[in-house]
Design a protein around this ligand. Structure first.
Ligand code: NAP
Length: 295
């Protein structure tokens, strides 16, 4: 992955309100560019700073961010689940997903948690009536959990989740009973013909500095894509490269293809709006900053 270009310069003063991101690593994140561009456009005396926090320092970091007056922060890998017990409250959606990506200050002290990945995922989808439809989610990790919850909230009848780990799939089936149906990769062919939405929540096809062949891979084959309904939508959570091999194949087949950049932008916009007291935020500025950072 390319290193993001520098964020627009933000003047730091004694009065500057800090927001941020904690994760390990955080150096490749596009969030500082997106949020600082939006804060600058809004003319707010605030800055968004990435903080690398190793897992053993998570509890200290959460307490420290409160102590130094940070206004709110995002959480990325590997802390999205581990942070839950350190918060005073968490939204129903965050609890259902089992992960928090956005933390905000509570009026009486302590932190509240939300999961804006869920709405970040659903916002880029076309405004269709999804009731009774079926989704196919490739992968069973953290992002897949946000996608499952998003599909539930949109009214899907079922989500078939494809994974390599039977144990992880069984857990998802237990957590979303009568909604998640586990599928092993060898059986994916059996559910393609009635899948209205296919979501790639694996890293397969993502640009990798260590694997030059990675971007030529797709989690499902061209023959698999040929079996999807003509109105199916293919959504890849990956945004490097744009498009991924999966989305190129979907477009070639004439299907609507959505990449993961808009999800990233939307989850960030929801978080920033929350921190700023439900203020409208310049989503276009955030999108442009993210695209510029990708180069
Ligand atoms: P994760 O928790 O590590 O889960 C990755 C999943 O992919 C696991 O289920 C894993 O299977 C599966 N997987 C990994 N390599 C595979 C392979 N070669 N073949 C088949 N399955 C494979 O990661 P995550 O946080 O869910 O992220 C998944 C993807 O979504 C990443 O590409 C990430 O960049 C992207 N993402 C995008 C956004 C956005 O805003 N656009 C947000 C979050 C994540 P096992 O369970 O068998 O190991």
């Amino acid at each position: 992955m390319k290193t993001p270009q520098a964020s627009p310069s933000v003047a730091i003063r004694g009065s500057t309100q800090l927001f941020g991101l904690i994760g390990h690593p955080v150096s490749h994140s596009l969030s500082p560019a997106m949020h600082n561009a939006a804060l600058t456009a809004l003319g707010i005396d605030a800055a968004y700073v990435p903080f690398p926090v190793a897992p053993r320092h998570l509890e200290q970091a959460i307490a420290g961010l409160e102590a130094i007056g940070v206004g709110g922060f995002n959480i990325t890998i590997p802390h999205k689940q581990a942070v839950l017990p350190l918060l005073k409250s968490a939204s129903d959606t965050a609890r259902a997903v089992g992960a928090v990506n956005t933390v905000y200050r509570l009026p009486d002290g302590g932190w509240g948690g939300r999961n804006t990945d869920v709405e970040g995922f659903t916002r880029p989808l076309p405004a269709l009536n999804w009731r009774g439809r079926k989704a196919l989610v490739l992968g069973s990790g953290g992002a897949a959990r946000a996608v499952i919850q998003g599909c539930l909230q949109l009214g899907f009848a079922a989500v078939r989740v494809v994974g390599r780990s039977g144990a992880r799939l069984s857990l998802l089936e237990t957590e979303w009973p009568d909604f998640v149906r586990p599928i092993l990769w060898n059986d994916v062919g059996s559910v393609l013909a009635d899948s209205d939405l296919v979501v790639n929540a694996t890293p397969v096809g993502m640009h990798s500095d260590s694997d030059r062949e990675a971007i030529s891979k797709s989690p499902i084959s061209e023959a698999d894509i040929a079996q999807l309904p003509d109105a199916a939508i293919v959504y890849d959570l990956i945004y490097t490269p744009r498009p991924t091999r999966l989305l190129s194949l979907a477009k070639k087949r004439g299907l609507l293809a959505i990449d993961g950049l808009e999800m990233l932008v939307q989850q960030g916009a929801i978080a920033l709006s929350l921190w700023l007291g439900d203020r409208e935020v310049p989503v276009g500025v955030m999108r442009e900053a993210a695209e510029r950072s990708l180069g």
